[in-house]
Design a protein around this ligand. Structure first.
Ligand code: TXA
Ligand code: MG
Length: 318
């Protein structure tokens, strides 16, 4: 298949491909998405095939207008107040909410679940693509399943050139980590995945919000959490705060063993978030065997950063 590369001035053409049931990768403020018509089960199946993604891992449905929410999700009277408050504060933006799905959303999109994940991105290109497509767009992160998410056009091109109908070529993603996922289907809202909107910000609007994303608790409420994720080929060794002083000795040992390694230390959290997946992919290209990385404080975007790093790590040193 020849993959068409669209400039940001050709979004209308890209939208026509989505309309025809094809796949188009596009930028969002978090990571690039691999999009298809969310209401077309045949189109959605192509996403799972292109990524090599297990079919029970549900997709996020992206909308361009809040008024589209009611065709995708059912909102009970008792939840209306909370849902309105949350989307008024965080949409458009990097927050995904889980709600009961309507019959319009095929089970292919929801991974067989009766609930659906929905997000209104704030990236203008993503919004325009949804508008030109004339339908909500189901999109997981644009990467081969299990590999680091694509945050730059060249990464998406590497993974999908020749496999999908189109890619919109745009700037690097602003945040660099995926959206925050919050389950609103149960009485007490649950944070299923840390991401672009911080836990602290969410707590201001949902004081009873619970966290269950710590990989050590092994909770698999969000189907995607049971799969290995975000991994480069290199072995990642995470040094907790208490062990950061051991990095240099570890590096010396690797050097004497003639191993190729990279050390990631002391950057601003926002900067590391923006570059983490890019660095992982770069390490693969350079055949790096070990990545030694220092823990960051789990505040703001730091919670999502540590979640991604822990999931990718083969060893954690305390
Ligand atoms: O920032 C993002 O969220 C990006 C951009 C493209 O929007 N998308 C993204 O999609 O990261 P994906 O498929 O890589 O991650 C979606 C996560 C998965 O962990 C999935 O299991 C979870 O959301 N999810 C989707 N639908 C769900 C549902 N109904 N219930 C629980 N978890 C759900
Ligand atoms: Mg993903």
């Amino acid at each position: 298949m020849t993959t068409k590369i669209f400039t940001t001035k050709q979004i209308k053409k890209a939208g026509e491909l989505i309309k025809r049931g094809e796949l188009v990768a596009f930028p969002t403020e978090t990571v690039y998405g691999l999009g298809a018509n969310a209401l077309d089960s045949e189109a959605v199946k192509k996403i799972f095939f292109a990524k090599g993604r297990p079919s029970d891992n549900p997709l996020i449905v992206h909308i361009s207008d809040i008024s589209d929410l009611c065709q995708i999700a059912k909102i009970s009277e008792s939840k209306k107040g909370l849902v309105n408050k949350v989307i008024k504060k965080f949409w458009p933006g990097p927050l995904t909410i889980i709600l009961p799905k309507t019959a319009k959303v095929p089970f292919e999109t929801s991974g067989g679940l009766k609930t659906v994940a929905i997000r209104m991105p704030r990236n203008k290109i993503a919004i325009d693509l949804i508008k030109y497509s004339g339908c909500p767009i189901a999109a997981p992160s644009a990467n081969i399943s299990g590999k680091p998410s694509g945050t730059r056009f060249p990464d998406v091109f590497d993974d999908f050139n020749g496999k999908i109908a189109g890619i919109i070529k745009s700037k690097n993603c602003e945040i660099g980590l995926e959206s925050t996922v919050v389950d609103l289907t149960i009485k007490q809202p649950v944070l299923l995945r840390a991401g672009g909107v911080s836990f602290e910000e969410l707590k201001k609007v949902m004081p009873d919000l619970k966290i269950v994303t710590n990989p050590k608790t092994k909770i698999t409420k969000s189907p995607g959490m049971k799969y290995k994720h975000y991994s480069p080929n290199a072995k990642i060794i995470l040094f907790e705060f208490s062990a950061k002083h051991k990095i240099s000795d570890y590096a010396k040992k690797l050097k004497s063993d003639n191993k190729k390694f990279k050390i990631i230390l002391s950057r601003k959290n926002n900067d590391l978030a923006k570059n983490l997946f890019k660095i992982f992919r770069q390490c693969d290209k350079e055949n790096i065997e070990y990545i030694l990385i220092g823990a960051v404080e789990e505040k703001g975007i730091g919670l999502a950063l540590m979640n991604r790093i822990q999931k990718a790590s083969t060893k954690i040193i305390f």
